[in-house]
Design a protein around this ligand. Structure first.
Ligand code: CO
Length: 211
């Protein structure tokens, strides 16, 4: 284990050397600050590293990750990241990226009691209830969880749109787009769910804020 731990630090030294070899100014440029065009909201799953799967170098993606890529409107961590990304960094794209075979979504579909996390999983269970008619008729458990993953991503994109932060930005500028993606850990490919939102027109009226 100690060897593995030390290996991580040597990997870092090699990475720095490689980057400097490609561009001697690499770190000097990054030290000036960041202006990323993208906010990524993804799952904490170790198989879905945000930058790597979209070939984005350091400086391009502002990242928030939690179990099952949830947008919970009382989550101070998410709200702080979102507010900073939208109002200070002025990102142009917010991508909610789920992944097939997501453990959080699988757990939400079952009845197991895991512990504290049950309370986080509850938010995902709500998405099951909202889409019960569609999900209950899918007999293959793998297909059902994968569709559940897609529906959950869509719901989280809508949750973003419902926030005062996103609606406030839409009132001031037209270049903020919300997207929903699903990554397949089995082949590395991303599916764009084509649920992009550019304004609050598709929200139920009760969620529209007069900002
Ligand atoms: Co996951």
């Amino acid at each position: 284990m100690e060897t593995y731990y030390n290996q991580l630090l040597s990997n870092n030294k090699k990475w720095v050397a490689d980057k400097l070899n490609e561009d001697p100014e690499f770190f000097i440029k990054l030290a000036h600050g960041q202006k990323p065009p993208v906010l990524w909201i993804g799952c904490s799953d170790s198989r879905v590293p945000a930058n790597e799967i979209i070939g984005a170098p350091p400086g391009e993606v502002f990242v928030h990750r939690n179990i099952a890529n949830m947008v919970v409107h009382s989550d101070m961590n998410l709200l702080s990241v979102l507010d900073y990304a939208v109002n200070v960094l002025e990102v142009k794209h917010i991508i909610v990226c789920g992944h097939y075979g997501c453990g959080g979504v699988q757990t939400a579909m079952a009845n197991s009691h895991v512990g504290l996390i049950d309370n986080w999983i509850r938010h995902i269970k709500d998405v099951y209830r909202m889409n019960y008619e569609e999900l209950q008729v899918i007999e293959n458990p793998k297909e059902r969880v994968n569709r559940y993953v897609e529906l959950n991503v869509f719901e989280q994109v809508c949750n973003l749109a419902k926030t005062s932060i996103v609606q406030g930005a839409w009132e001031r500028r037209s270049d903020l787009h919300l997207h929903g993606w699903v990554y397949d850990v089995a082949d590395g490919l991303i599916k764009d769910l084509q649920v992009t939102l550019k304004d609050n027109s598709s929200l139920q009226s009760v969620y529209k804020l007069d900002i």
